[in-house]
Ligand binder design. Structure first.
Ligand code: GDP
Length: 459
């Protein structure tokens, strides 16, 4: 790896002409070189600044040539992002000015920063952990407000804290198992067999919750409410259910197939939770391009919803497309509604769907709607509770590590059942290492390169 003792710089404002151009310099030479490139209006010498200072002045991109207005920001170690001395030259975002400043820095042997190198230094200095570094990328890449907030909370330590407490529990269990091995020869029982099994199970649940309680799922109650989407073949009563839930005739209910061509959306509240209900077009094969497009959008709406309500008509045999629709709904937040229960029942409730996920209704009489509302609230709450939003969003790397930790624990549980204490300890240690990798406790060069290469230069 390139030396951390080197001073690095980057233009950290967006490329092109703009309001403000920023050159960020980090390392021991940062303040002296910046002091040569900016003449402060106050006449002060930046080298004398002790903490965090901002001053206006003249920027000198061409040495003795013309100057441009700007300002200098000094952040002395360790009170900076990288925990090194950092200087920022803020000036006009003029490409020739920034190019000339870069030239001056290169002449002074200041090296251009690689992608994410400032954040990498912040990580290496222990200012942030790896999960937080990944949150920086997620902030940059966030496309909506909810994911931006989740990434910000992750940067503040939302995920790190949860991983930290799981690690503590696991380390504690490991210590007891290891002590158990030492003492068992002397006939002293440190931890009961049952205790081990329960602890492993709890840890697995804890990790599963971390995996589940993330951004896109229902674990996060978004600021815009819980997104609920109705799904089902045409004519099963989706629009009628929509109207019942929303409490007004917001949707047009008709007996003609495929009338709900686009989608309807309305919000309703239940037990203090805001639900945003969508009724997309009925899903079916169609040659009509308008219908086809509507079906495609319906699928998208269902896939991206927090809770999918799959509606079937209880008075008819199952339709061929229903299984596919059930598959589309988010598995851990799917409700199967068997509607038209005022008519004679002609179908079962489906093979693989757990009892507590099935609600029997009649949109005609209103039967079963209390249960439906209760079920929605229950699903909405079984995530992370009614907090203001997710504390984090998992990166693929993090999710992979958590899944592997769960597998290690599963193996550990099996070994424990068979009574192999030595191997049990080694599997627990593996799981502990995986959790440590999430926050980057033992930094691995290759992984760091992979993560930081996704950053842009200047971050
Ligand atoms: P969608 O195509 O799935 O949105 O279905 P609609 O809500 O438009 O309903 C289709 C037809 O079924 C209409 O004639 C409704 O009046 C009728 N319907 C809806 N729910 C029920 C119900 O619970 N019982 C009975 N008997 N008919 C219903």
């Amino acid at each position: 790896m390139r030396g951390v003792d080197e001073t690095i710089f980057a233009i950290s404002s967006p490329p092109g002409r703009g309001w403000r151009g920023v050159v960020r310099i980090s390392g021991t030479a940062a303040i002296p070189v910046a002091a040569e490139l900016v003449r402060l209006s106050s006449g002060e010498d930046p080298l004398q600044f002790a903490g965090h200072e901002v001053r206006d002045g003249e920027v000198l991109p061409w040495g003795d040539g013309p100057s441009v207005p700007g300002s200098l920001v000094i952040m002395r170690a360790p009170r900076s992002y990288t925990r090194e001395d950092v200087a920022e030259i803020h000036t006009l975002s003029s490409p020739p000015v920034l190019a000339a400043l870069s030239e001056r820095l290169l002449e002074r042997r200041i090296r251009p920063a690689g992608p994410g190198e400032f954040t990498r230094r912040a990580f290496l200095a222990g200012r942030i952990d790896l999960a937080q570094a990944e949150a920086v990328i997620q902030i940059i890449e966030a496309e909506d407000e909810a994911s931006l907030r989740a990434a910000q909370r992750k940067l503040e330590g939302g995920l790190s804290k949860r991983i930290g407490s799981l690690k503590e529990e696991l380390a504690d269990l490991l210590a007891r198992v290891e002590a158990g091995i030492d003492f068992s020869e002397q006939g002293i029982e440190i931890i009961s067999d049952e205790g081990i099994g329960t602890s492993i199970e709890q840890l697995r649940l804890g990790i599963a919750n971390v995996i589940d309680g993330q951004g896109a799922g229902i674990g996060s109650i978004r600021d815009s409410g819980i997104h609920v989407c109705l799904a089902g073949v045409p004519n099963v009563g989706k629009s009628s259910i929509f109207n019942r839930l929303v409490g007004e005739d917001a949707a047009v209910v008709t007996a003609e197939e495929g009338t709900t061509r686009d989608f309807l959306r309305a919000t309703f509240e239940e037990d203090g939770i805001r639900f945003r209900l969508t009724d997309p077009a009925g899903i079916r094969d169609s040659k009509d391009p308008v219908e086809e497009e509507a079906s495609r959008r319906a699928r998208e709406l269902i896939r991206s919803s927090d809770i999918g309500i799959v509606v079937v008509d209880g008075s008819r045999e199952g339709a061929p497309r229903e299984d596919e629709i059930i598959q589309m709904a988010p598995a851990r937040s799917m409700l199967l509604v068997i509607n038209k229960s005022d008519l004679p029942r002609r179908r079962g409730q489906g093979e693989s769907i757990p009892e507590d996920r099935v609600v029997i209704t009649s949109a005609r009489t209103g039967m079963g709607f209390e249960e439906l509302r209760t079920a929605l609230v229950r699903i909405a709450r079984t995530g992370k509770g009614t907090g203001p939003g997710a504390d984090y969003m998992l990166a693929a790397r993090e999710r992979g590590l958590l899944r592997r930790a769960m597998e290690d624990l599963r193996t550990a549980a099996r070994i424990h059942e068979q009574g192999g204490m030595d191997r049990l300890a080694s599997d627990l240690r593996e799981a502990l290492d995986r959790l440590g990798e999430v926050t980057g406790e033992v930094p691995n060069e290759e992984i760091l390169d992979r993560i930081f290469s996704r950053f842009c230069i200047g971050k």
